[in-house]
Design a protein around this ligand. Structure first.
Ligand code: ATP
Ligand code: MG
Length: 440
């Protein structure tokens, strides 16, 4: 992508409305734009990051055996009347009437709709287990939308829903998502710690919030510090192994970890003092087993091996991609801007032409840009006629992991500079060496 032909509206000034660093940087880097309170456009740079986040989420959901579909944002109120949640949900739900005066709503979540899809076609335990997911916009009329897309009214959610014949089956389905979440957040460059969450009237222990530690987080959290270094399950984890997944779950729930709602002071104080971590956190995911809460009122049942009908056991599993993007920034930035983990960076490399219009600089940059693009890299080429200082500041702000800098003096020697955004380390090398480093 040539910057001269791209749309990346950088802000020079710090936007006054932004209270936290991720919001400030997303606005300054031209990633998002607020359209009305808590409702955002994702501008091209932001959209690239969001797409990469979603691609990783999707890969890990698929690996765990979940199947993607797409459900609409607008839902009929009837389904929610069946489950009893139409009246229970309150003001967070945006209620709409269509031209025939039929009550509709902008979905805040999809348990009812997916249960309806399930009951319309699945009749036998032989079709289970099943886990259906989509990545779709949601709307919740939050009382206090804030921090940009961290807490917005319209936001994206990956929501998965599992269906099993028995509670034991549902526990295995839960563990699949538990492990998929550990892998997903790790690949996004984050350390997310699963913390016990309230199960309400359902009871039991099967509800976890995945929390990232960050000073600007909205939740107060308490955990054992060893979680920070626990190993993440590998990509060859056997998701069909009931014992294998249970062992991972047991390990990751063996130490103390709770948000303030579930905090047990005495249990926390039993952790040796030097191992206690009390911090603030951002909830980026939430998984929940809720048994037959929706299948019973909505009549979602299958015939079991015993020939009888059974209401299916369900769970739901959410991740917030539009919250994850700012969460990644909260975890990875410096005074100059964002530092993207390579896995979600909007571009892999930015090529900076320090003197656009200078034949040797132009030729060198074109050569590098073409070679890296051909090798499948996402390259941003800063071919604008801005001052070099402005270009450096922009490159640092938008956080692309690698900068290749071509200035007249180095280019005259057949050389360029390669800068690592994270460490700031700079190396001078031949043009060929610079290309080979990223093509190999
Ligand atoms: P919170 O406690 O932060 O309000 P929640 O418990 O209402 O979240 P869930 O219903 O569990 O959220 O939704 C699943 C995921 O969707 C959350 O873990 C979060 O990542 C994301 N999410 C929820 N609400 C918002 C929001 N208003 N803006 C952005 N992301 C959100
Ligand atoms: Mg939650």
């Amino acid at each position: 992508m040539r910057l001269s032909r791209y749309f990346m509206p950088i802000l020079k000034e710090n936007p006054k409305e932004a209270e936290i660093v991720s919001h400030r940087l997303m606005l300054r880097a031209g990633m998002i734009r607020q359209q009305s309170q808590g409702i955002y456009s994702w501008l091209p740079l932001g959209k690239r990051v969001l797409d990469k986040v979603n691609a990783i989420i999707r890969e890990e959901q698929n690996r765990a055996g979940a199947i993607e579909l797409s459900m609409p944002t607008l839902q009929s109120a009837e389904l929610w009347q069946e489950s009893g949640r139409y009246d229970a949900y309150g003001k967070e739900m945006l209620r709409i009437k269509d031209r025939q005066d039929r009550p509709m709503l902008y979905g805040p979540t999809n348990e009812e709709m997916v249960t309806d899809i399930f009951r319309s076609s699945i009749k036998s335990y032989k079709d289970l287990p099943l886990n259906l997911y989509h990545i779709q916009l949601k709307f919740r009329d939050e009382i206090r939308p804030r921090f940009g897309t961290m807490r917005s009214r319209e936001f994206m959610m990956k929501d998965a829903y599992s269906f099993d014949l028995t509670r034991e089956g549902a526990e295995h389905s839960y563990n699949k998502m538990f492990v998929a979440y550990l892998r997903t957040f790790d690949r996004l460059g984050l350390r997310a710690i699963p913390m016990r969450a309230d199960t309400g009237p359902i009871g039991g222990k099967l509800s976890h919030e995945f929390i990232i530690l960050a000073d600007t987080g909205e939740s107060e959290v308490f955990c054992h510090k060893d979680f920070v270094d626990f190993d993440i399950p590998g990509e060859h984890t056997d998701f069909d192994s009931v014992e294998g997944l249970q062992a991972i779950f047991d390990k990751w729930t063996s130490l103390y970890a709770a948000t303030s709602e579930m905090h047990d002071e005495a249990a926390f104080n039993a952790v040796p003092e030097g191992d206690r971590l009390s911090a603030r956190g951002i909830e980026v995911g939430h998984i929940f087993y809720f048994g037959t809460k929706y299948s019973e009122p909505m009549g979602a049942k299958v015939q079991g091996p015993d020939g009888k009908e059974h209401f299916v056991h369900m769970g739901s599993y959410g991740i917030g991609p539009t919250r994850l993007v700012p969460a990644i920034i909260e975890a990875s930035h410096d005074d100059n801007g964002i530092i993207w983990p390579a896995s979600v960076a909007p571009f892999d490399i930015v090529v900076i032409n320090m003197k656009a219009g200078d034949q040797a600089c132009d030729d060198t940059c074109e050569l590098i840009y073409a070679a890296l693009t051909k090798a499948g890299k996402d390259v941003l080429y800063d071919d604008t006629d801005d001052r070099a200082g402005t270009k450096f500041a922009t490159a640092d702000l938008i956080g692309v992991p690698v900068q290749i800098i071509a200035g007249p003096r180095a280019v005259a020697n057949g050389e360029v500079e390669v800068k690592d955004r994270k460490t700031g380390a700079r190396e001078t090398m031949t043009i060929e060496a610079a290309i080979n480093r990223f093509v190999a």
